[in-house]
Design a binder for this molecule. Structure first.
Ligand code: SAM
Length: 260
């Protein structure tokens, strides 16, 4: 699947694409990432890509024209290579917050996407209204550019591709995965058995796999109930909680209600 990334800072992506377990996805072309700089499509001696906002105010705004020429080049390149056209995604605090279901959808997509990384105060609104199909946010905070958001999406998509993680099934054991009924992951422990006066939970040393699995399930339920109770409610609505799960949840101390 192909992702075209429009960014004023393509150099930020080099270490990201060549390090860690997801490197395999990028190097093999399983996730084919192509970087495009709108500055290469800008006019004049200084190849300007931004200007002051009409109406005054702080900061600069990305010009619509270099972005449009860049996007047109991407579309032409995709067509020339027989790649399908793809939706144009803008990273922005305006967008829907990225979550596991969204990542799974991207990860199963055949066409990938054109990802636009904003900078400065953002993009000329006319470009957004003309070309952007979807806006995606990383959360309710402001980054200085969309590059980190693009890397977050690419990383999450790459690790779901077959053959990328060392253990094929390991992503299914991660938080939010439908294989774990959308719950949070359980705590993990490794050597040494005793660390600075703290022991590993004895059940993990018991060798009894059924008991260990039950303990892990209970840990997921307890952690999710405490930190993200809406995920437990969603699992219940989907009929994914067993009688054993419900009995365990019923015995948990109740969370205090938040102050009114
Ligand atoms: N003026 C914008 C606002 O208040 O919503 C913020 C612009 S921000 C400094 C520059 C760029 O960073 C944005 O155009 C967007 O591409 C990216 N960005 C900032 N926060 C983001 C977030 N929470 N999620 C995704 N992208 C974000």
């Amino acid at each position: 699947m192909r992702f075209d990334v429009i960014t004023l800072f393509p150099e930020l992506f080099a270490p990201f694409l060549t390090c860690g377990v997801t490197r395999r996805a990028y190097e093999s072309g399983l996730v084919d990432v192509r970087l495009w700089n709108p500055r290469d499509f800008a006019d004049g001696r200084y190849r300007r890509v931004d200007d002051r906002p009409f109406g005054g105010g702080p900061g600069m705004v990305m010009l619509a024209e270099p972005l449009t020429l860049c996007l047109e080049s991407i579309r032409a390149d995709r067509a020339a290579l027989g790649a399908p056209d793809a939706p144009t995604v803008l990273f922005s605090p305006v967008g829907e917050v990225l979550n596991h279901a969204g990542v799974e959808r991207w990860s199963g997509s055949s066409c990938g996407a054109v990802l636009i990384c904003g900078r400065y105060e953002g993009l000329d609104q006319r470009f957004i209204e003309t070309h952007v199909d979807l806006q995606v946010s990383l959360g309710d905070f402001v980054l200085s550019g969309g590059e980190i958001a693009a890397m977050a999406l690419l990383d999450a998509v790459a690790r779901l591709q077959p053959g990328v993680l060392n253990d094929e099934a390991s992503h299914q054991m991660d938080s939010f995965n439908p294989a774990l009924d959308g719950l949070l992951d359980c705590p993990h422990y490794t050597r040494p058995e005793a660390w600075r006066g703290q022991a590993v939970p004895p059940i993990l040393m018991s060798g009894n796999h059924a008991h260990i699995e039950r303990w892990r399930r209970d840990q997921r339920l307890a952690l999710t109930q405490r930190e993200r109770p809406e995920l437990v409610r969603a699992a219940r609505r989907a009929g994914q909680l067993s009688m054993g799960d419900e009995a365990f949840l019923a015995d948990l101390p109740k969370n205090p209600e938040p102050d009114a």
